[in-house]
Design a protein around this ligand. Structure first.
Ligand code: MF3
Ligand code: CO
Length: 248
């Protein structure tokens, strides 16, 4: 069942999203060679608590941290660690969620650190644009499959692949609500969008093949072929005549 949010609920989720995006920007400014991923996690947790919010991921199905930091061939759910040091040339996905006044917000951005390859730059650009293109078509009456196929079409046209084993999701009083939002699919399939639905749309795009594996830590998802992966996520509401991005 897809939960419909009232206008006042969407206003709260917009406040949550505004807090979240400003926190993620602050963390991104610290993303430099030499910093450990644990330091970034600590900063994220402190900023979330200072803002009167709660980390969304910590304790979720036993996830041990506030941020997910996924570097290079890591797709998502990389666990912060004091031993993991950011290096020049890395591409780094910072994925963060918080809870504010009972409502969740979820977003991610992939950043290049220092000098990154042309391929890496293109991967990041294409992933971001696939999310932007998918968001732009959102309005009541379209199908969820229209979003999925927009992402897949743009990514594959550019020679990359979408991860098929993980999805975006509805979001609200729970971090993960219905429906799952696949990053591949066919137009005019699936549920029809209605005013008041709120989605976390999150293309995960691999430079090589779409296959992924889970590391022994039980969380970190990596590309099976070792190629680079990028990830962008926004929380977006369906409103009367279109969409409202809550996390920008
Ligand atoms: N943004 C991710 C998601 O929506 C992060 C979840 S990590 C978890 O699934 F630890 F919370 F599972
Ligand atoms: Co998410």
């Amino acid at each position: 069942m897809i939960v419909i949010k009232s206008q006042s609920e969407i206003e709260i989720m917009a406040q949550a999203g505004k807090i979240l995006s400003s926190i993620l920007k602050k963390i991104a400014r610290k993303l430099k060679p030499g910093i450990s991923t644990l330091e970034l996690d600590r900063l994220a947790e402190n900023l979330i608590i200072e803002a009167g919010c709660k980390p969304a991921f910590k304790g979720y199905s036993g996830y041990p941290a506030t941020l997910c930091i996924s570097i290079n061939d890591e797709v998502v759910h990389g666990i912060p660690s004091a031993k993991r040091i950011i290096k020049n040339g890395d591409i780094v996905d910072l994925d963060l969620g918080l809870k504010y006044k009972g409502y969740y917000s979820d977003m991610s951005r992939t950043y290049g650190v220092g000098k990154i390859s042309q391929r890496a730059k293109k991967l990041i650009k294409v992933t971001r644009k696939s999310l932007d293109l998918a968001i732009k078509i959102i309005k009541p009456g379209i199908y969820l499959g229209d979003i999925s196929s927009t992402i897949q079409g743009y990514v594959e046209k550019n020679g990359f692949s979408v991860v098929r084993d993980l999805t975006g999701h509805g979001i609200g009083k729970k971090l993960h609500e219905d429906p799952p939002i696949f990053n591949f699919g066919k137009p005019k399939t699936g549920p029809i969008l209605k005013q008041g639905m709120v989605f976390a749309i999150e293309p995960m795009v691999n430079e090589g093949k779409s296959n992924v594996e889970v590391l022994d830590d039980g969380w970190t998802i990596v590309t099976a072929d070792g190629s680079l992966s990028a990830h962008f996520e926004d929380t977006v509401a369906v409103i009367k005549n279109g969409y409202r991005i809550l996390t920008r």
